[in-house]
Design a protein around this ligand. Structure first.
Ligand code: TRP
Length: 462
């Protein structure tokens, strides 16, 4: 046995230089809720089910599960480990893996690229989340006898997009400004159970409606002829990386607040399992909802016979279904969009945290001020995207999620396994898991991240 016991300090660890001002998650439960909150988002509740529907139902589910296990999970452990090892903001963490100037500079570069990607992801995520809030309030406005307001909320306009995006960024900034345990952790612990309950209640209700069987079949009966299509592999990989929030420093920042008592591979396993379960569960809500809508006369296939794209699905098909449902429809609509808004909010706080933390530590400024400044910069980027919607919206999404995320995830994994000394890696992973060396994880994972992951990712890309 090594010195593990002596290092099992409180979350606000003092071994990290400037760490006196650095608080952390107060419990394992708090961390798991926050990290699962980051992972569970629009990617799960909307991205995953629609991708599954378009790509052979359960066949996609199978490939997705394989991608999570063989690529995303190992990278998740890598990112969390870098964060906890350094207990610093992501840029400082990545540059602290080696003493050599070249590697330090590479680390700084990877960190800056990660924070930039993350800020761009938040700037498009906030636009979509703004729509969700608008659709959540719309039925309420109609019930309150304000039809003009209700129409304004659901019709695409620059004013609507700007206003709702700003509301969402304000909410996110408010939570992040209050710090890790009082803001992020407290809110994740409140919002995540609400999300689970809403999701189960909605899925339970939708599957009882006529037409739901068709959607369930589409989702659960695999079409194996699709499984070898290269586009399916790329979609499944992108979906897995996006869903686990890896490749952008968000999870690294959360890792830097994780107590040394925690077993990293196991904690990452819990987060990945929760995230995947929510995605699978969301499939049981969205796909039956689509075919229920179809049974009610709403079109869900375009002229070319393919499924309507995912944004049309959420903002046209489902509202049409809720309208058809009579008086209960308004309640279901509010509940559904509340579910989506909550999922988006627990994800967006994880996106804002890394840039805010970096700004606080480099500029030595108080958190509330930096939260406000960073939030404003991101709102400004969102505004630019809104004003050039046709050119920028899709472009930013593809650039960040299809290219930047997998490439950066790989860069972090390579920095951790090639640049960091193996003994330091082992020492870090043994904290919270003293028997690590005897287990299968340590025999496989380091060389796996070092050699196999990069090769597999290159193969998927090519
Ligand atoms: N994982 C979230 C989702 O599924 C989105 C998300 C949160 C994210 N933090 C991230 C994506 C960081 C990329 C990077 O919706």
């Amino acid at each position: 046995m090594t010195s593990i016991q002596s290092t099992t300090t409180a979350p606000s660890d003092i071994s990290a230089g400037e760490a006196s001002s650095r608080s952390g998650f107060s419990s394992r439960m708090g961390f798991v809720m926050a990290a699962a909150g980051s992972a569970v988002g629009l990617g799960n509740i909307w991205g995953f089910p629609t991708q599954a529907a378009q790509n052979g139902g359960a066949a996609f589910l199978l490939v997705y599960l394989i991608m999570v296990v063989v690529l995303a999970y190992p990278m998740l452990v890598a990112e969390l480990t870098i964060g906890r090892l350094a207990k610093k903001n992501p840029i400082a963490a990545l540059s602290s893996l080696s003493e050599k100037p070249l590697w330090r500079k590479s680390g700084i570069l990877a960190g800056i690229a990660g924070i930039t990607t993350l800020s761009l992801i938040l700037s498009f995520y906030a636009i979509i989340a703004g729509w969700l809030i608008a659709f959540m309030i719309e039925p309420l406005a109609r019930m309150a006898g304000m039809p003009e307001v209700a129409d304004w909320l659901i019709n695409f306009s620059t004013a609507r997009n700007m206003t709702m995006m700003a509301v969402f960024i304000l909410l996110t900034t408010y939570i992040v400004k209050n710090g890790v345990s009082n803001g992020i952790e407290a809110w994740s612990k409140k919002l995540m159970p609400m999300l689970f309950i809403l999701l189960i209640a909605l899925a339970g209700y939708i599957v009882t409606l006529p037409g739901a069987e068709v959607g369930l079949k589409m989702y659960l009966v695999p079409d194996f002829s699709r499984i070898l299509e290269p586009s399916l592999l790329v979609s499944a990989m992108g979906q897995a990386f996006f869903s686990l929030s890896i490749g952008t420093c968000a999870i690294m920042a959360y890792g830097s607040y994780l107590s040394e008592k925690e077993n990293l591979p196991k904690t990452a396993g819990i987060v990945a399992t929760l995230d995947t379960s929510v995605a699978v569960l969301a499939g049981l809500l969205i796909l039956p909802a689509m075919t229920v809508a179809q049974a009610n006369g709403v079109a869900i296939y375009g002229n070319d016979g393919t499924l309507l794209s995912s944004d049309t699905l959420v903002f046209t098909v489902l509202p049409a279904l809720f309208n058809n449902m009579g008086s209960i429809g308004s309640i279901v609509a509010v509940a559904f969009f509340a579910l989506m808004t909550i999922a988006a909010l627990t994800s967006s706080i994880s996106m804002l945290e890394a840039p805010v933390n970096t700004a606080c530590e480099y500029l030595d400024q108080p958190r509330p001020k930096m939260a406000l400044v960073t939030g404003s910069i991101i709102a400004l980027i969102s505004a630019i995207i809104i004003l050039n919607f046709g050119e920028l919206f899709g472009f930013v999404i593809t650039l960040t999620t299809v290219y930047a995320q997998p490439i950066l995830a790989m860069a972090f994994g390579l920095l951790l396994t090639w640049v960091l000394h193996r003994d330091r890696l082992l020492k870090e992973l043994k904290k919270g898991h003293p028997e690590l060396e005897q287990g299968l994880f340590w025999k496989i994972w380091p060389w796996y991240v070092k050699f196999i992951c990069p090769v597999m990712m290159l193969m998927v890309f090519i």
